[in-house]
Each structure stands twice: as structure tokens, then as C-alpha cells.
Write a protein that binds this ligand. Structure first.
Ligand code: SAJ
Length: 400
């Protein structure tokens, strides 16, 4: 398996393609976005992750990596395209259009003995339906093509390291497919690769993120109760976590990013009767930003000069110490206050924004009477909020 075609050069596809190229595999990286292709071919990458730049330049130079809009023949096809969801009433349903068009583009180039691996987060059973689609739309049958599911579990901000070092799971439509996939991933993964069937691997991925969503919802719900009792939630959690078997996560301003807020819906939409806890956890996390707005406006409502008060908002990214704004609840909160009040916004990881000015930490601190901390960036921990009205929704000043 010396050649691989990676379809989808996003947060997961590009780093994965680069690591296989760096391991000596001849990689063809394919994307539908011509801009991405032009930039990558000029050594410019759109993923702000350490290590990407060098891997890209080195592997373009040594010809292990080609970037194109067109699929071609390869021993292995790796599908890392997005699986967004569509709103349907009070639930969201997965949209597999990108997956299906990726498979459509592979079929004309399939040869007997090829391995197809799906990495995108999908509803359970998708890998098996892809196999059926291939048998129906190509001349190949059951044992001609190996097909497996191998989800990623990397933390944005540390992707290259985690791709190399995290344990992985791979599930095949049969054992041969899983073993072939395991052999292929051993080229980039130094840790254990667990082998199973495709449905178990698909549910493993969804379980990991749903588990995290529920635990974050628990912390967020607890923060509402502690607030009513005028108890510092972050102090409370530091005490509870002294218990050897308790690990309460940190309440924030909601759940952002394109994974934790999305993946539970793959189960909720399919197992409506069985997923009550998953759905209520989603509702708790979706509600947290509105609770924050309500709490600050309750305070502002008591002031005569609420429209002249200057509000400083600290942090708009979806999680601490990254520059990623995808589905960020903090950004939505900031935009809400910007509409109604005098607001300065600062975030050390975001230099500019198309809709508003980004101020420096010093400027925001000096010119605001009321401070709202939404994201626990390390840079904020040096701030002394003295003589200011402070709303800390992310535990920056937990020990104050
Ligand atoms: N959050 C909290 N409190 C916490 C932890 C997180 O409010 O204690 C919030 C964050 O601020 C953020 C959201 O939840 O808005 C998600 O943050 P995250 O730390 O879960 O990070 P993601 O979404 O970037 O990555 C997750 C990871 N999944 C797990 O940790 C189980 C990562 O391993 C997955 O690979 C990734 O989703 C994914 O791509 O599926």
C-alpha cells in the first residue's frame, strides 16, 4: 500500500495526508475547494496547527505529495470530508452528501484489492451502506475491495502530535479490511490500533464525544445551581475533584467547535426514544450562552446609565488557546452585546474580524467598567480586574 488518495483536506484530512506522505507513501490530496488547492501547491496552508507548514513544504519538495481537485488511482482511498447536519424541528439530522459524492468520485478509479477508509464522523452503519453502494455501482463484490472505518480523536491545537501518539480504533466490514487498515495506519500511528467491526468503531467515535458533551452539560447545569446559591462554581469543582474518583469538567459559556456540539445529534436523530439524556445535555449546553446574557442584562437592568457603561469582552474563540471561531458560543454572546451596548472585544488569538474591531487586552481593560470573561485563554490569567465589575464565566479568577 504505497499510494494513497486523501479526499478532504481540512482539519483532519490535511495533517493525515502529510503524515502519510512523510512516512514515504505517495499521497494525492484532493479537495473540492480550488483556493485550498492553489494555496497548498504554493506551500500555504489553512490549518493553524504546529508542524503543518514544514510537512507541507518538505513533502511537496520530495514529491511524496501532490494536491489536486481530481481523484486518481491509488492503493488506499481515505475519506475525511465533513458531515454537517441539517436542522429538522428541534433536532438536527446528519447530512451525508459530501461522503456520498466522495465515494462517487472514487468508484471509477477502484481496482481489485484497494482499501477504502472512512474517517469522517458518521451515523452507525454508514460504512456498511457505503460498501453496499460500491457493490451496486461498480463491478466489484464483497471480497474485491477492503472497506473500514477509522475515526480520528485528535484535539485541535495538538493535531500532529495526537495523530502520531493517540491509540486508534479501526472497524472493518470484515476482519481482512480491518487488518489491512491497521497495517496501513501503523505507518503513522505509534500507539495501539484496536481492531473491531465497522459499527462498533462508528459508535465508539460518537460515544467519546457524546460522553464529553454530557459531562460538560453536568458542569454547566451545576454552574446555574451554584450561581443561585452564590457559591463560586470553580472553587466548588476544585473541592469535588479532590475525590479520587470524581472529575467534574469546567463550566464555560457553552459548547462550540464542530465536534462535541454536533456528534451527539448523530445518535439523537436516530435513537429518539433511547437518547433522552443525550438530548437534554445538548439543551443544557445550547442554553448556557442565553443564561449568561440574561445574567449580565439583569445586572445592567438595575443601572440608570446602562447604555453608557463600557463593556469589555474577553475571549471569542470556541475554546481556550486556539484561534478557531467555529460555532463559538463566546462569539455569539459578544455579537449580542455589541448590538445593544458600548463594547470592546479582545482575544489574543484573533487579530481581526470582519464585523467588529479587535482591541488589545490593555486597551479593553483600561476602557471598560464591566468585564466579561468568556474564554479561559492563558493570556488573561495575568489580568488584575481590580475596581471593575467582573463576570467570569470561564474560571479565570477562580482562586480570587
Ligand atoms: N468545554 C467546556 N468545558 C470543558 C471542556 C470543554 O465548556 O471542561 C467546551 C470548550 O470550550 C469547547 C467545547 O466544549 O467549546 C469542545 O471542547 P473540547 O475540549 O471537547 O474540544 P474539541 O471539540 O476541539 O475536540 C473534541 C475532542 N473529543 C474528546 O475530547 C472526547 C477530540 O478528541 C475529538 O477528536 C474532537 O472533539 C473531534 O474532532 O471529534
Amino acid at each position: 500500500m504505497n499510494s494513497c488518495c486523501v479526499l478532504g483536506l481540512g482539519y483532519i484530512g490535511l495533517p493525515t495526508a502529510l503524515l502519510f506522505a512523510d512516512a514515504g507513501v505517495k499521497v494525492l490530496g484532493v479537495d473540492i475547494n480550488q483556493n485550498i488547492i492553489n494555496n497548498l501547491n504554493n506551500g500555504i496552508n489553512h490549518i493553524n496547527e504546529s508542524g503543518i507548514e514544514n510537512l507541507l513544504k518538505n513533502n511537496l519538495k520530495n514529491n511524496n505529495l501532490k494536491i489536486s481537485q481530481k481523484v486518481s488511482f491509488a492503493d488506499v482511498f481515505l475519506v475525511t470530508v465533513p458531515t454537517p447536519f441539517l436542522k429538522s424541528g428541534d433536532i438536527n439530522i446528519p447530512n451525508l452528501d459530501y461522503i456520498n459524492s466522495a465515494i462517487d468520485s472514487i468508484i471509477p478509479f477502484l481496482k481489485k484489492g484497494n482499501l477504502i477508509i472512512l474517517e469522517s464522523t458518521v451515523p452507525v452503519g454508514t460504512t456498511e451502506s457505503i460498501a453496499k453502494k460500491i457493490y451496486k455501482e461498480s463491478k466489484f463484490q464483497k471480497d474485491d475491495i477492503y472497506i473500514a472505518y477509522c475515526p480520528e480523536r485528535v484535539l485541535p491545537g495538538n493535531i500532529i502530535f495526537e495523530l502520531k501518539n493517540n491509540e486508534r480504533i479501526i472497524g472493518g466490514i470484515n476482519n481482512e479490511s480491518a487488518q489491512k487498515g491497521k497495517y496501513f495506519y501503523k505507518k503513522i500511528c505509534k500507539s495501539k490500533i484496536n481492531v473491531t467491526d465497522s459499527k462498533t468503531a462508528e459508535l465508539t467515535k460518537l460515544t467519546e464525544n457524546a460522553f464529553r458533551d454530557i459531562n460538560i452539560a453536568f458542569a454547566n447545569e451545576l454552574s446555574l445551581i451554584a450561581d443561585k446559591l452564590d457559591i463560586n462554581i470553580y472553587k466548588l469543582i476544585s473541592f469535588t475533584n479532590n475525590h479520587p474518583r470524581v472529575n467534574v469538567l469546567k463550566p464555560g459559556c457553552g459548547v462550540g467547535g464542530h465536534c462535541i456540539a454536533v456528534d451527539p445529534w448523530f445518535l439523537i436523530s436516530e435513537f429518539k426514544e433511547e437518547s433522552k439524556l443525550l438530548k437534554s445535555a445538548r439543551e443544557v449546553n445550547i442554553n448556557k450562552p442565553f443564561w449568561i446574557i440574561q445574567k449580565v442584562e439583569k445586572y445592567l437592568g438595575k443601572l440608570d446609565n446602562k447604555l453608557s457603561i463600557k463593556i469589555g469582552i474577553f475571549g471569542i474563540t470556541y475554546k481556550p488557546n486556539v484561534n478557531d471561531l467555529r460555532e463559538s458560543p463566546a462569539l455569539e454572546i459578544a455579537k449580542y452585546f455589541l448590538e445593544k451596548y458600548q463594547v470592546l472585544i479582545c482575544d489574543p488569538y484573533i487579530q481581526t474580524h470582519s464585523e467588529f474591531k479587535i482591541h488589545s487586552i490593555e486597551e479593553t481593560l483600561a476602557n471598560s467598567h464591566l468585564l466579561i470573561f468568556l474564554v479561559e485563554h492563558n493570556e488573561f490569567k495575568k489580568i488584575n480586574p481590580k475596581n471593575k465589575v467582573l463576570f467570569d464565566f470561564c474560571g479565570i479568577f477562580e482562586n480570587e
